[in-house]
Design a protein around this ligand. Structure first.
Ligand code: GLY
Ligand code: MN
Ligand code: MN
Length: 486
């Protein structure tokens, strides 16, 4: 079977636009860990059932530091090896190499017999030369990886190289590093695993913090993801009549969006929440087994992940029949006012926390005005109060990028307690959730959940709502739905 096949193409692709950005990101990480070997796995294929795997997605830090997206590349590992001062890439302290399993030739058994990596089964994969040209990054065969990770490992005090590992991405690499550390420890039987975990966690923290401010290429990718997501919301509106007629209408909505995510992007950035009526009050309702009913609202929280793996994260709460009722509009307007107040303070120099606080002030005031709060808005907004959180228990903002909850390992002083900086991208997503089961409020409020979520880019001139092209005021939503349905 391994004969009489045309040779594999040896054409090399052009250097990708992302290559220079990825090199700059690696240079920034190099600066923080000057003398240490940095090991960042992409992760392995994950079994879904028996011999069927999930679609592959590399770990986000690996994607960020290599510039790779889509399905590249199972089991690959980026190694940044420390070198003498000034001898590293771009004058840095490390030389980077991407280790992966290049596609085997058509004259090999792998070609026809390996269902996980053989070309006959999964299609072509890159060669070492192709990735090297595309990424501007030296590549090497995965068979060289073990030596690359373990060579000269040891205590720096005696001339050894210490490793920092992006842990819990690939358990084979965790085991390899653990073994290397154990074999070279001065006192292997009394190793301080807690200290080693902390050492590794610092790499995860640094990689996370590096993404707090997006570069120009990342911002373009966010725009690509947002544009596809907006198109997906249009598809949802067009699918509403079919959703209303279906016994699991929420799945019709989910499916309409998913089709767009696969057609225009790589995937979903996270499982779509398609929540009709009272289901909208379940914050992570992604079973999506419910009906979609005229007269109710449907909350849809969905994001397309682009081929580059950057994702949008947008929520709209739509009137199923195209028009908000008076009560629906009243709740919707309160949430919109909270979002606008949050947007107004999302400016460089303000604290990230101010965004949430601004939204909470509006919601507490409104809940007090409606007579729902058992205390004044002022008491509710105090640290001991927080009574309004019964109806809005989640955060108002999170960073967004390669992960829907991006930069999650960043230190609090740079994230929650951090200062808003040009180049940041985060969501603003206040909501109000009045459950059918909530006996603390009058019946007419119950069964309504509203969230409005937009993706915000911070510029020197203030915030830009990347998702502003998706209507968000009640009048605009109704007009948009009428146009799409007409
Ligand atoms: N879709 C998840 C979130 O809004 O955070
Ligand atoms: Mn979000
Ligand atoms: Mn969301």
């Amino acid at each position: 079977m391994a004969s009489s096949w045309a040779p594999v193409s040896t054409e090399t692709p052009a250097r990708a636009d992302v290559a220079d950005h990825a090199a700059r990101r690696r240079r920034a990480i190099s600066e923080q860990f000057k003398t240490e070997r940095l090991v960042l796995p992409a992760g392995p294929l994950k079994v879904r059932s028996n011999d069927c795997d999930y679609r592959f997605r590399p770990h986000s830090a690996f994607a960020h530091l290599t510039g790779l997206g889509v399905d590249h590349e199972p089991d690959a590992v980026l190694v940044l090896d420390p070198v003498a001062e000034g001898k590293g890439d771009d004058g840095g302290h490390h030389r980077a190499t991407l280790y992966f399993r290049p596609m085997a030739g058509r004259d090999t058994k792998e070609f026809y017999a390996d269902s996980r990596s053989g070309e006959f089964w999964i299609g072509t994969r890159p060669s070492l030369a192709q990735f090297q040209a595309q990424l501007g990054l030296p590549t090497a065969d995965i068979s060289d990886l073990e030596v690359a990770i373990t060579k000269n490992v040891g205590e720096p005090a005696v001339g050894g190289t210490s490793i920092r590992l992006m842990r819990k991405v690939d358990e084979n690499i965790d085991a390899l590093v653990d073994t290397a550390r154990y074999n070279t420890a001065k006192d292997p039987d009394n190793m301080d695993f807690g200290a080693l975990d902390e050492l590794d966690a610092k790499l995860a923290e640094a990689a996370s913090e590096l993404r707090l401010v997006k570069d120009a290429w990342e911002i373009e990718q966010m725009k690509v993801a947002v544009a596809a997501t907006i198109a997906g919301f249009e598809d949802i509106v067009k699918a509403l009549p079919r959703a209303v007629a279906h016994k699991r209408g929420e799945r019709v909505v989910e499916g309409a969006f998913f089709a767009r995510a696969r057609e225009d992007g790589n995937e979903l950035g996270y499982d779509t929440i398609a929540a009709g009526g009272n289901n909208a009050t379940v914050l992570h309702w992604n079973r999506n087994t419910g009906t979609v009913n005229e007269g109710q609202m449907i909350l849809v929280d969905a994001g397309v992940e682009a081929e580059s793996l950057y994702t949008a994260d947008i929520t709209r709460t739509l009137p199923v029949n195209g028009n908000y009722s008076e009560m629906q509009r009243k709740i919707y307007q309160a949430v919109l006012d909270a979002a606008d107040a949050a947007f107004a303070v999302a400016v460089p120099g303000r604290k990230f926390r101010d965004v949430h606080n601004a939204a909470m002030e509006v919601l507490a005031d409104r809940l007090a005005a409606w007579g729902l709060l058992p205390v004044t808005a002022e008491v509710a907004l105090s640290a001991e109060g927080q009574q309004h959180r019964r109806w809005m228990p989640h955060g108002t903002s999170h960073h967004l990028g390669l992960d829907v909850h991006d930069c999650a390992q960043a230190r609090a002083e740079l994230y929650l307690d951090g200062v808003i900086t040009e180049g940041m991208v985060f969501t603003i997503e206040p909501g109000l959730y009045f459950k059918d089961e909530d006996l603390a409020i009058p019946a007419e409020y119950r069964g309504n959940g509203v969230r409005i979520e937009d993706d915000i880019l911070i510029t020197a001139n203030g915030p830009v709502n990347l998702s502003a092209a998706l209507p968000r005021t009640p009048d605009d939503v109704e007009a948009w739905m009428a146009r799409l349905s007409g």
